[in-house]
Design a binder for this molecule. Structure first.
Ligand code: BES
Ligand code: ZN
Ligand code: ZN
Length: 489
C-alpha cells in the first residue's frame, strides 16, 4: 500500500472511502457533526477502536481516546482492518496531530494504516481485497500546521517500519513445513542482498566447529538441519555498535518432554524472535540509521526421535559451561546460550538485545499483550519501557532479577540446570539462565525481551491482526533510532 500526503482539502481528494477519527468521543467536531444523529442511532459512542461503517456515505468512523500516538495507531489500524475484504482500493483521511509541529502522531497514523491493512492469506484460495492507496490530506483535525518536509519524513519512517513489521508477521505465520532453518537462512540471504547487509550463514558443520553443542542437541532429532545466521548492517560513521540475538525455533514440539497437543498448536510462532531480528535488520537499513547492528539468529527445530536429546543429558555449551537438561521443552535458552556466546565472541557491542518467545510464565505473569524486559541494568530497562510504551506502542513491563531466584538453577552434577527447581517466577529464572552466558564486561549491556505473549495472539487487538503481531520490531527499531541520535560513549 502507498501512503501519500496530499496538499488539498479532504473534499478535493478523490478516494473510495474516507476514514474519520472520533477523538475523545467528540461527536460535535466539524468532521463528525453531520453524521452525529446517524452515529447515535447506531449506538456509536466513539469508544477507542469502536467502528461505525456508513457504506452509503462512503465513510468509516473509528473512536480514538485521544491524539496520543498509541490511541491513533490502534484506531486507524482497527478501521483499516474493517475495510479488508471490501471493494475499496483507496482511502482518504485528515491530518491528525496532537499539537503544533507534532510528528509523533503522524508517524503513528502511517503505522496504523500499514499495520491495519494486513491479512495473512497466503494459504487462502481466495485472497482478500486490501487498500492500495491511503491519501492523507493537509486539512488538519485541529488546524495545526506541520511543515511538509518533517511531515513526509514522519510518514516515511512509519511506513518503512510498519512494512518490516508485516514482513516479520508473514514469516511467523508461515507453517513449519514451509519454514524451517534452511528457509530462514535463505530469507536472511535475500534481505542481505536487497538491503545491503553482510550475511554469514553457519551450517551444521560450521556450528560443530564453533562447539555450539547446546544448540546442536536441541536440533538433533529434526529432519531439518540447524543454521546460525549473522547479518550485519555497517554504516560509515556509526554512533554505536549493537548486537541483536533472536530465538528462531521454527517449531517447538517440546522434544521428549513433549508438549500436550493443545499447547503445541501455535508453536510455529517460536521463531518470532528470529523473525523480528530479520524485520529489524531490514527496517534499520531502510531508515539508514547511524548505528552498526549485528543480527544473530539460532534457527533450529525441536523435535522427537531416536536420536533426540534427553532429560538427564549434560551438554557442554560453547562457553564451556555444562548444562544439565531436565526438560527438553526449555530449549530456547539452550539455543540462545550458544548464540549469545557466539555473538559476544564475534562483536564487541555497546548493547546486546535478545528477543525470544522464551516462557509461558511470562504470558501468565504479564498477559498476552506485553513484552517482559529483563536486564542487570535498571536504567536501560527504564529507557526501554519508555521507548516501548510511549514511542513505539509496544507494551513492555520490566521484571527484576533477584539473587534468590538465581540459586534455583543450581545443578548437582553440572554447572547449571536448564530449568529451575521451583514452579514460580519462570520468566525470571529463564532470564537468569541466560545471564549465566553473558560475559562479565557485558552484564550492563544486555537486555532480554521475552515476547512469548504478544508475538502470536489468536485474535485481533489494537494495531495487531489475528496471529503474528511482529512483536519486537517496533520497540527495538525505535531503541536503535534513539541510540543513533543520542548515544554517548
Ligand atoms: N516456546 C516455549 C515458550 C512459549 C510458551 C512461547 C507459550 C509462547 C507461548 C518454550 O520453549 C517453552 O516451552 N518453555 C517452557 C519452559 C519450562 C519447561 C521451564 C514453558 O514455558 O513452559
Ligand atoms: Zn519449549
Ligand atoms: Zn520454545
Amino acid at each position: 500500500m502507498k501512503v501519500k500526503y496530499v496538499e488539498k482539502n479532504l473534499s478535493d481528494i478523490e478516494a473510495d472511502i474516507e476514514l474519520i477519527l472520533v477523538v475523545d468521543k467528540d461527536l460535535d467536531h466539524r468532521f463528525v457533526k453531520e453524521y452525529k444523529d446517524t452515529l447515535k442511532a447506531m449506538k456509536f459512542k466513539g469508544e477507542q477502536d469502536s467502528v461505525a461503517f456508513l457504506a452509503k456515505d462512503k465513510k468509516i468512523f473509528v473512536g480514538a481516546k485521544s491524539l496520543v500516538s498509541s490511541d491513533v495507531r490502534s484506531a486507524v489500524a482497527t478501521a483499516m482492518r474493517a475495510l479488508i475484504g471490501k471493494e475499496y482500493k483507496s482511502v482518504k483521511l485528515a491530518l491528525y496531530t496532537k499539537y503544533e509541529k507534532c510528528t509523533a502522531t503522524i508517524r503513528a497514523l502511517a503505522e496504523g494504516l500499514v499495520l491495519g491493512n494486513y491479512k495473512f492469506d497466503k494459504y487462502k484460495s481466495e485472497k482478500s481485497n486490501k487498500i492500495e492507496e491511503a491519501l492523507i490530506s493537509s486539512e488538519s483535525y485541529n488546524e495545526f500546521k506541520v511543515d511538509s518536509d518533517s511531515l513526509n519524513r514522519a510518514l516515511d519512517k512509519g511506513v518503512k517500519v510498519a512494512k518490516s513489521v508485516n514482513f516479520t508477521r508473514d514469516i511467523v505465520n508461515t507453517p513449519p513445513d514451509d519454514f524451517y532453518p534452511k528457509i530462514m537462512a535463505k530469507v536472511a540471504k535475500d534481505i542481505a542482498k536487497e538491503y545491503n547487509l553482510e550475511c554469514e550463514i553457519l551450517n551444521k558443520k560450521d556450528i560443530k566447529n564453533e562447539k555450539m553443542n547446546a544448540l546442536l542437541a536441541v536440533a538433533r532429532a529434526s529432519a531439518h538441519k540447524p543454521r546460525v545466521i549473522h547479518l550485519a548492517y555497517k554504516p560509515k560513521n556509526p554512533k554505536a555498535v549493537i548486537s541483536i540475538v533472536g530465538k528462531g525455533l521454527t517449531y517447538d514440539s517440546g522434544g521428549l518432554s513433549l508438549k500436550p497437543s493443545d499447547f503445541m498448536v501455535t508453536m510455529k510462532a517460536d521463531k518470532s524472535g528470529g523473525a523480528a531480528v530479520l524485520g529489524i535488520m531490514q527496517a534499520i537499513s531502510k531508515l539508514g540509521l547511524d548505528v552498526e547492528v549485528h543480527g544473530f539468529i539460532g534457527a533450529v527445530e525441536n523435535m522427537i526421535g531416536g536420536n533426540a536429546y534427553k532429560p538427564d543429558d549434560v551438554l557442554i555449551s560453547k562457553s564451556g559451561k555444562t548444562i544439565e537438561v531436565r526438560n527438553t521443552d526449555a530449549e530456547g535458552r539452550l539455543v540462545l546460550a550458544d548464540v549469545l556466546t557466539y555473538a559476544q565472541e564475534k562483536v564487541k557491542a555497546d548493547y546486546i538485545i535478545d528477543l525470544a518467545t522464551l516462557t509461558g510464565a511470562c504470558v501468565v505473569g504479564l498477559g498476552q499483550y506485553t513484552i517482559g524486559a529483563m536486564s542487570n541494568n535498571e536504567k536501560l530497562l527504564e529507557r526501554v519501557e519508555f521507548v516501548g510504551n510511549v514511542s513505539s506502542g509496544e507494551l513492555v513491563n520490566k521484571l527484576l532479577f533477584n539473587r534468590h531466584l538465581a540459586k534455583t538453577l543450581k545443578s548437582n552434577i553440572a554447572d547449571i540446570c536448564n530449568i529451575a527447581n521451583t514452579r514460580y517466577g519462570g520468566a525470571l529464572t529463564a532470564g537468569l539462565f541466560l545471564n549465566n552466558f553473558i560475559e562479565k564486561e557485558n552484564k550492563d549491556k544486555w537486555l532480554h525481551l521475552d515476547i512469548a505473549g504478544p508475538a502470536f495472539v489468536e485474535h485481533a487487538w489494537a494495531e495487531n491482526p489475528n496471529g503474528a503481531s511482529g512483536a519486537g520490531v517496533r520497540i527495538v527499531t525505535r531503541f536503535l533510532e534513539k541510540v543513533a541520535n543520542d548515544f554517548k560513549h
